[in-house]
Ligand binder design. Structure first.
Ligand SMILES: C[S@@+](CC[C@H](N)C(=O)[O-])C[C@H]1O[C@@H](n2cnc3c(N)ncnc32)[C@H](O)[C@@H]1O
Length: 438
């Protein structure tokens, strides 16, 4: 595809994203490319790069057009993103209307509006902080409560393009072998700093086409996610419950730490997500996992009360820790979403707590940066369930990197740790509670 045709594809994809405002942009992009199989891998990545640049600079781009009356279209946004990224007006103009796959020529309204941006920078000290740092206005007090004077640095790190992390599957080989196999396919991976299983690649690379991926030697998983699994410290003799397993990202890593032995139950309320785990489990050579769809009124949990050594609650959350990856999520998140999530997380914690055996552990994790969903949620849980206590730093698994162990419960951030934002804590069930079987 020519650069103009790629731009045209990016504008079409931005229109599709705008027309489905409640749907995650990556889901819309997947559907968009599925319907256009003629677009090859390199073009797909180039189109996505233009679109994700626009999504990542959404509020700042709109700020530059604040004097403009009428709609700010995906055409204007993508052209402005190129201009504010350093392209000249002549080069941008030349992308419109030059070949038959190019977007139609700029209208005079568009040309005048864009010409004003030439030579300007995307970020400006004149922009309100929430615009410059690309978060919704209403969330600022909540972010300040979490980060205090680190707010600016943390939010700037969230504006950067994410890294691509892989986890080696020790059931199939070592990390060194995986790095070598990837190098043989021109994919340059470096060991991650914190996870003993992690490898980091720069930017978007065609990992899923690599033999090492197809053979199940590597799996895509952010380093932060890997550290949550390390915190779970699941052993081969354990019965483990992955209560919010989704498509099994952490289930796979748990099975690896258990050396494919013991027993794991992967649960979720979302049938399709749980089904998504099947192919991944097979590819990874994992066979100690049973899947269970949670449905209301189900007696399943009642019968298994107090029976698991480890229960991982990877709770549904605001996903604020993944804003590097899903910049559109910033625009969709509402205050009501957070309020509803807080209630849901508390309910899930209470249900999952009854499934842990005395002496067993519950691991609570989110990919949220917000204290309300993390430390505050857990403090409230510990007040309700006096049969649980939080593990101290010294009691945390020794396999965790020392800097995280010392923190006890840990909150990872892109700024401080180079991972997605994650929170994890481990709680031990210290005694039986009478109402377990009710
Ligand atoms: C953060 S995602 C899990 C990601 C997954 N553990 C992984 O590592 O790929 C949260 C999951 O919680 C599930 N969920 C939502 N409400 C739930 C509930 N009441 N009980 C159990 N799971 C629930 C969602 O369907 C979603 O798959």
């Amino acid at each position: 595809m020519t650069p103009a045709a790629r731009l045209s594809g990016a504008i079409d994809l931005l229109c599709a994203i705008q027309n489905a405002p409640r749907r995650p942009a990556d889901a819309t992009a997947n559907a968009f490319f599925r319907e256009r199989r003629y677009i090859g891998g390199g073009d797909r990545r180039a189109i996505s790069a233009i679109v994700w640049d626009v999504l990542r600079s959404w509020r700042r781009l709109h700020w530059h057009f604040s004097d403009l009356s009428g709609a700010i279209s995906p055409r204007l946004l993508s052209a402005a993103s190129l201009l504010l990224g350093g392209e000249s007006m002549d080069n941008v103009r030349a992308l419109f209307g030059t070949d038959r796959y190019a977007p139609s020529p700029l209208t005079s309204r568009e040309d005048i509006a864009l010409k004003k941006l030439e030579g300007r920078s995307l970020s400006s000290p004149k922009q309100p902080r929430a615009v410059r740092l690309e978060y919704p206005d209403w969330i600022e007090p909540i972010l300040l409560e979490t980060f205090g004077d680190r707010l600016e640095a943390e939010m700037l790190a969230l504006l950067e393009a994410p890294t691509l992390d892989l986890r080696v599957n020790l059931l199939k080989g070592t990390r060194e072998a995986a790095i070598k196999a990837l190098r043989n396919e021109s994919l340059k991976a470096e060991p991650t700093a914190l996870s003993p299983w992690g490898m980091r690649l720069d930017g978007r690379q065609p990992v899923t086409a690599a033999q090492a991926f197809r053979d199940g030697l590597v799996e895509i998983q952010d380093e932060g996610s890997q550290l949550v699994v390390l915190a779970a410290d699941a052993k081969s003799e354990h019965r483990v419950l992955d209560y919010c397993a989704g498509a099994g990202g952490k289930t796979l890593a748990l099975a690896m730490t258990m050396d494919n032995r013991g027993h794991i139950v992967a649960c979720d309320v979302h049938e399709k997500r749980l089904e998504g785990a099947v192919k991944r489990l097979r590819r990874a050579g994992v066979h100690n996992v049973e899947r269970h769809l949670l449905i209301s009124g189900d007696k399943w949990a009642k019968r298994r009360a107090g029976s698991f050594d480890r229960v991982l609650v990877d709770a549904p959350c605001s996903g604020t820790g993944t804003w590097r990856r899903n910049p559109d999520a910033r625009l969709r998140l509402t205050q009501t979403d957070i309020e509803e999530l807080l209630v849901k997380q508390a309910e899930i914690l209470d249900r999952a707590a009854s499934l842990v055996k005395p002496g067993g552990r519950m691991i609570y994790a989110t990919c949220s940066l917000l204290a309300q969903e993390n430390a505050v949620q857990i403090a409230a849980f510990l007040k309700r369930r006096t049969d649980y206590r939080l593990l101290t730093g010294e009691e945390m698994p020794e396999t965790l990197p020392e800097k995280l162990r010392q923190r006890g419960s840990f909150a990872l951030t892109p700024h401080q740790d180079g991972t997605d934002g994650f929170f994890a804590c481990v709680m031990e069930r210290v005694a039986e509670k009478k109402d377990d079987a009710t």
